[in-house]
Design a protein around this ligand. Structure first.
Ligand code: PSV
Ligand code: MN
Length: 409
């Protein structure tokens, strides 16, 4: 019996259908971020990588390569103005030619000198207006590229007690959000991303899921919350937040990455794979729920990476993240939900935990290799990248770009 057959039988013995699991895995979609392909670093410095992308065309080509070897990354998120071009219909066509599409559009409201005291919550009405205009421009970019999601993150906050008035800033945000909401076409949505600190160190205007949720709820159905895995205090139970937002119909998207200490933007699931599995477990339960509203909502989530690799090659690191999302999803799909529910109902604490762990501890690599083969991909995407010669090719053609190609420098 092959390794695939052994595990497939083990899974079917739990009453699960291996073909359904494979179908779900084939439909998985992870969006990669344009900024992950460029040279980026920390405030201490930036290490350049041979062949790292320095414009949106190169970033799209790299994202297309990731899709080519994984089969589950058919879109790229862009960040404006890092990815600013004259004609956005051109990059849409370029991406489509390479087999991918333009995903979320991220306005950048944290780099200009004007934003020292904030963007939408800046004390000066002219700066608030400038920030709002930039977001309106990004909505136009969405229309031209066919993007569905406006992904909003704000560095707004203060560094010192008494520096500004919380309540006033909150109201500025809501006023601006209402205008953005109105400008957004009905087939598009705005995702509100929170982050508890950094670059502001005393207070951040949108620090947690509760405040993002409050704004999104008041705005209406086109506004939802985006969960970035690195944007919580240590020890916060992210899967619980995910479950709550799912149940409220307000979970719009993810920024997957991993961290050890703060917002480290490391390769997904390299520090805490169990956390990612636990998040996917909540998602799978919602996807498989008999509650149709919940099910529909779960199927409409934007799964995006948000990473900044500063000591390693860009493309392999993105592929590894995509693979780690695939692994977590596969394990969550292998949870015996019926038995789990039964143990929960009976209050059998240990058996419930063991049922969950049984899926987490199953080595699904043979199943994933089979899924990739059936998608027409190499069973080992990292090896496929190496063997393709793509990295040498771009290093030769592009050379080593300086650190200003987009992304945090
Ligand atoms: C902020 O830390 C953030 O998570 C936001 O999503 C930004 O758009 C992104 O990182 C920039 O790398
Ligand atoms: Mn993010």
């Amino acid at each position: 019996m092959s390794a695939y057959e052994v595990i497939a039988r083990q899974i079917e013995a739990k009453g699960l259908n291996i073909d359904k699991i494979k179908d779900a895995l084939k439909a998985q979609h992870i969006e990669t971020p344009s900024w992950a392909y460029a040279n980026s670093g920390t405030r201490f410095g930036t290490f350049t990588w041979p062949g790292a992308a320095s414009n949106i065309y190169e970033k799209i080509a790299d994202a297309a390569m990731v899709h080519k070897v994984t089969g589950l990354a058919p879109s790229i998120a862009i960040h404006i103005p890092w990815d600013k071009v004259e004609d956005y219909t051109e990059i849409k066509a370029y991406a489509e030619d390479l087999g991918i599409s333009i995903g979320a559009v991220n306005p950048n409201l944290f780099q200009e000198q004007e934003y020292r005291l904030g963007s939408l919550a800046h004390p000066d009405a002219d700066i608030r207006e400038q920030a709002l205009e930039h977001i309106f421009d990004c909505i136009e970019v969405m229309k031209e590229t066919g993007s569905k999601d406006l992904s909003l993150w704000f560095a707004d906050g203060t560094n010192y007690a008494g520096q500004d008035d919380f309540r006033k800033r909150k109201r500025y945000f809501f006023e601006a959000f209402e205008k953005i909401y109105q400008a957004l076409p009905d087939d598009k949505r705005m995702l509100i991303e929170y982050k508890f600190f950094e670059p502001s160190f005393y207070h951040t205007d949108l620090p947690d899921w509760g405040m993002a949720y409050s704004f999104a709820s008041k705005l209406g159905p086109k506004a939802e919350v985006l969960v970035d895995m690195g944007h919580h205090a240590q020890g916060v139970n992210i899967e619980h937040i995910v479950s709550f937002l799912l149940d409220e119909g307000k979970l719009g998207g993810f920024h997957f990455n991993n961290r050890k200490y703060a917002d480290d933007d490391l390769i997904v699931a390299t520090v805490n794979p169990f956390e990612l599995f636990s998040v996917y477990h909540e998602l799978v339960k919602a996807e498989q729920s008999e509650d149709e509203v919940l099910q529909r909502h779960a199927k409409n989530i934007a799964y995006m990476l948000d990473q900044n690799h500063n000591i390693e090659g860009k493309i392999g690191a993105v592929i590894q993240s995509v693979i780690n999302c695939q692994t977590a999803y596969a394990k969550a799909l292998c949870v015996d939900q019926k038995t789990l529910e039964q143990h929960q109902q009976e209050g059998n604490v240990l058996a419930a935990h063991q049922t969950l762990m049984d899926a987490y501890e199953t080595d699904l690599r043979p199943i994933l290799a089979r899924v990739r083969k059936e998608l027409g991909r190499d069973p080992d995407p990292i090896k496929a990248l190496k063997e393709s010669g793509y990295e040498e090719k771009i290093a030769n053609e592009r050379g080593t770009a300086d650190a200003s190609g987009g992304g945090f420098a």
